[in-house]
Design a protein around this ligand. Structure first.
Ligand SMILES: Nc1ncnc2c1ncn2[C@@H]1O[C@H](COP(=O)(O)OP(=O)(O)OP(=O)(O)O)[C@@H](O)[C@H]1O
Length: 127
């Protein structure tokens, strides 16, 4: 496919890209970290209903949940790419993987802080 073909709109190609993206989500679901996030997210959603979150709070929670899945998938994609490039120990491979993992950790810290800011006052009302 040349560059001109790629620039013209094609419903067929859009459908194909969509199916590749869905396949990416399916592949990510096989990752243990993804499943841990899924279980944690379902618990957060359950508690969201129990504590009757406001629309803004739901918006923040959904942003955090989707953001976490997105980052975890990018991290996995970087890990796979690095593994494809080299199986040998390489400082740049370590740097790429550790930085990607660090990005996930930063977002996880933000999620815990915002989650606590939302849920702690609601839990406190019961005491
Ligand atoms: N080719 C490499 N060269 C140098 N260091 C590496 C290399 N591959 C992995 N590492 C180091 O080992 C750590 C663990 O790597 P690994 O590929 O097992 O990823 P992981 O974080 O355990 O993720 P997962 O288990 O989901 O694949 C990396 O974060 C990195 O510090």
């Amino acid at each position: 496919m040349d560059l001109k073909d790629k620039r013209t709109f094609s419903l067929q190609r859009l459908k194909r890209s969509f199916s590749y993206a869905l396949n990416g989500i399916k592949l990510a679901m096989g990752e243990p970290n993804f499943r841990i996030h899924l279980i944690a997210s379902l618990w957060v959603i359950l508690f969201g209903f129990i504590f009757s979150l406001t629309r803004v709070e739901w918006g923040i929670i959904l942003l955090l949940i989707f953001g976490m899945f997105t980052l975890e998938m990018m991290n996995t994609a970087i890990e796979r790419t690095v593994d494809m490039v080299t199986k040998e120990f390489h400082p740049l491979a370590k740097m790429a993987k550790d930085i990607a993992a660090g990005a996930v950790l930063l977002f996880a810290i933000l999620s815990v802080i915002l989650g606590m800011l939302i849920f702690i006052p609601k839990v406190m009302m019961y005491f």
